[in-house]
Design a protein. Structure first.
Length: 482
């Protein structure tokens, strides 16, 4: 910009105090430097055991609380409608705003988190979501409701990518599927707990407290995350996880390239946007998530309208969908580790086939009773949540190790669009073609995911592509096994 004949840069528009605040925040998020690697195998083993457990439970609990501030609004919608007279379209606007900003944020924050310290990145995001929930509770305007819920959606996106970074750096490829799948159940736990907490608060204290109490708890949890989490093993003086567990033929030269921090341009153009596997996973994520939200949001209405279930019976059946998903994620991760040696493609194909068959039975068996309907929804959840979890894991592994957050965030962006498509577009399909159109759309989503996953059957993770540069690992057996 030019004023009075002088060239003024964008940086000059800010006062030194503001620049110091911005620079201080960026330095606060910056990854710590690698420490000199420890040499005592016994000490390394002890520290790895301690930090892997501590980081895992902190990630798990932290993401449980992200669901507190993400799902709180769902349980106050009836109260908002009663108090302010909002219709479903106005309430749906808030849900759409969250989906859009959350989907965009997962990709953008993935880029940021790959160049940040997850210890602070995840914590700051959780704290801000807590603040937005509290502000929501003090608000009485639809415009402000929409703004605060959009901000909440953006910072909700700060939860997933740092977890992808930590899971990739602290757990090696032969075990990662199991750890990742167990961690993924955190959102089932969070969704279950917030239903009880927010529902109880809304009934006995009012809807505002159902927003503010979870928000306040999440601020405290964000502070706890700052204390519990750390960055990569190397930031604590530990060797890379591949070297510690002897998961590939290790060499100092290969490790130097693998552990080097990447620029934004490298993250995007070298390892994500030019990676065909990441694109295919993002597209598959669209269809998987459209199917997930289609079942989650509409199946209760289907049971009530076509099978004349009560609200309690319909909700109980749909609850089995989430229970099935919990078991499906754990099974998919464990099987991909133990049977397919870390390849996620086969499990994605097989689980998608099971998903197609389960949806088909749910459609073509119209009057089978509550028990079998619950079993079918359990089956759909089991086979659906497996690929949903594995997509993020596969995206992280089929890119560079340092681009795990960016790659999984890009795949999550596809999921966000799929979730939006399960709302208004799927509703319009049902308007014109009734429930047959609904099930045809779900069957089509299942079939397309199979086609997208088939070419990835033998896709290998990034780290296994390194050439063998040394015939023997320098790591002793006491370090290779925990």
């Amino acid at each position: 910009m030019i004023f009075s004949g002088k060239c003024v840069t964008l940086e000059d528009q800010f006062s030194p105090r503001r620049r110091n605040v911005v620079n201080g925040f960026l330095n606060f998020l910056k990854p710590p430097e690698h420490l000199q690697e420890l040499e005592d195998p016994a000490l390394i083993k002890k520290k790895y055991r301690y930090w892997r457990f501590r980081i895992f439970y902190a990630m798990f609990i932290g993401y449980v609380f992200y669901y507190f501030t993400r799902k709180s609004f769902v349980f106050v919608m009836p109260a908002l409608a009663a108090e302010f007279g909002y219709d479903k379209a106005e309430l749906g606007l808030l849900l759409t705003m969250l989906s859009v900003t959350y989907g965009l944020s997962k990709f953008a924050s993935g880029i940021m988190s790959d160049q940040s310290n997850p210890r602070y990145f995840m914590a700051v995001g959780l704290i801000i979501t807590g603040i937005t929930n509290i502000l929501f509770g003090f608000t009485s305007s639809l415009a402000l409701f929409t703004i605060f819920w959009g901000i909440n959606g953006w910072f909700q996106g700060w939860g997933w990518p740092p977890c992808a970074r930590l899971l990739t750096h602290w757990y090696s490829k032969s075990e990662r599927g199991s750890w990742w799948s167990v961690w993924s159940t955190s959102h089932n736990v969070g969704a279950f707990l917030i239903a009880i907490i927010a529902g109880t608060c809304a009934q006995y204290l009012g809807w505002r407290y159902a927003m503010m109490i979870p928000g306040g708890v999440c601020i405290l949890m964000g502070l706890l995350l700052m204390n519990r989490l750390r960055d990569t093993p190397q930031s604590l003086g530990l060797p890379p996880i591949e070297k510690f567990r002897n998961d590939y033929s290790y060499s100092e030269k290969a490790n130097e390239q693998e552990e080097k921090e990447l620029t934004t341009r490298q993250l995007l153009f070298d390892y994500v946007l030019t990676n065909k596997w990441v694109w295919m996973l993002a597209i598959a994520s669209f269809f998987v998530y459209m199917l997930r939200m289609g079942v989650s949001d509409w199946s209760a209405s289907y049971l009530i309208e076509t099978k004349h279930y009560s609200m309690v019976k319909a909700s109980t059946c749909v609850g089995m969908f989430e229970v099935g998903g919990l078991f499906g994620m754990i099974a998919a991760g464990w099987l991909s580790d133990k049977i397919h040696q870390g390849r996620r493609g086969p499990m994605n194909v097989l689980f998608s086939l099971g998903m197609l068959i389960s949806v088909g039975f749910f459609w073509f068996l119209p009057q089978v009773g509550m028990f079998l309907d619950s079993a079918l929804l359990f089956s759909i959840g089991f086979f659906l949540f497996g690929p949903q979890m594995l997509i993020g894991l596969a995206a992280a592994e089929l890119s560079h190790k340092k681009a795990a957050g960016t790659a999984s965030g890009f795949a999550g962006w596809g999921a966000g669009i799929g979730g939006a498509a399960a709302g208004y577009p799927l509703g319009k399909i049902m308007e014109h073609y009734s429930w047959d159109g609904y099930f045809f759309a779900l069957i089509a989503c299942s079939f397309i995911t199979i086609l997208l996953f088939l070419p990835m059957w033998n896709a290998r993770s990034y780290e296994t592509k390194k050439p063998v540069m040394e015939p023997e690992s320098e790591v002793g057996p006491e370090m290779a096994q925990e």
